[in-house]
Design a protein around this ligand. Sequence first.
Ligand SMILES: *[C@@H]1O[C@H](CO)[C@@H](O)[C@H](O)[C@H]1NC(C)=O
Ligand SMILES: *[C@@H]1O[C@H](CO)[C@@H](O)[C@H](O)[C@H]1NC(C)=O
Length: 316
Amino acid sequence: MKLTYSNLGGSGNGIGIGNGNGNGSKMSLGKSIKMYLTIFIATTCIYMVLYQYHISQEPFAGSEVVKPPLYIITPTYRRPEQTAELTRLGYTLKHVANLLWLVIEDANKTNPLVAHTLDRIGVPYEYMVAPMPEKYKQTKRAKPRGVSNRNRGLQYLRQHATEGVLYFADDDNTYDISIFEQMRYINKVAMWPVGLVTKTGVSSPIIQNGKLVGFYDGWIGGRKYPVDMAGFAVSVKFLKERPKAEMPFKPGYEEDGFLRSLAPLDNSEIELLADECRDVLTWHTQTKKNAPAQALNRTRYRDTNLEFIDKLLVRP
Ligand SMILES: *[C@@H]1O[C@H](CO)[C@@H](O)[C@H](O)[C@H]1NC(C)=O
Ligand SMILES: *[C@@H]1O[C@H](CO)[C@@H](O)[C@H](O)[C@H]1NC(C)=O
């Protein structure tokens, strides 16, 4: 019998399906289709199971767990911009793996509104307080803002951290997240340029023939390290080998004093990030100061949404 597919194709040779009579060849064709379908479905299922297993394993085995941790120390204080600034920085940090955000407020007690904001962002964090000592508050000149906070962060690292890298990230700056991946692997201290600092428009190490030969900054002020707070990171191990290292209560000289306290540190040991300081990945943005919100007239706006919003306004 020649009732085969080869007839349709016009070729004289059968393909091997349907060597029997007409009925027989139809049945075997049906069986074959079932068989091929079964094999196809089974293969697809096995493939899908293996693929799911593969993607469930990958993020852990491949990248995240082996990355050294980053400790981001952010001083903050009560002011109208506080929630907005922490939110903006928090969502930047959310792009960075294996990170602990140390948010430290210049206050006697934590503020539930700040805790709520940090919870909502969802970055792993520790929220602590470290008030500025009273004697520094009295002065009419510049106050050593954020120093208590940062030293509290250092104290936390000495107690809880063993490896990784620390970075002081103020909440009003802008950060390209690639700088975090670069600083993660440093051995001692790393530096890089910070935009929007002083009249020079940028504060940066000066690099010549691959070597750090000086610093470019609109205000040198006799500093050994005229760098911005956002322009350096320090290895946790290196910090812990210097038990006395801390930030001085000296306005304008916080970075310099802290870096000096990390001695011995030779300039040749400072790692140069951001394409050997040829790129700008961090900016000292600063935010316009807003006047505190006026009090809500609770008689006039009783039982409206404004009663809820009013609780979210940070008043000094
Ligand atoms: C914190 O407490 C001290 C001592 O009780 C007090 O003098 C100071 O004003 C408080 N600071 C703040 C920011 O509330
Ligand atoms: C608050 O609103 C009430 C009702 O509108 C008005 O009588 C009162 O003068 C307002 N109080 C203030 C302090 O503006």
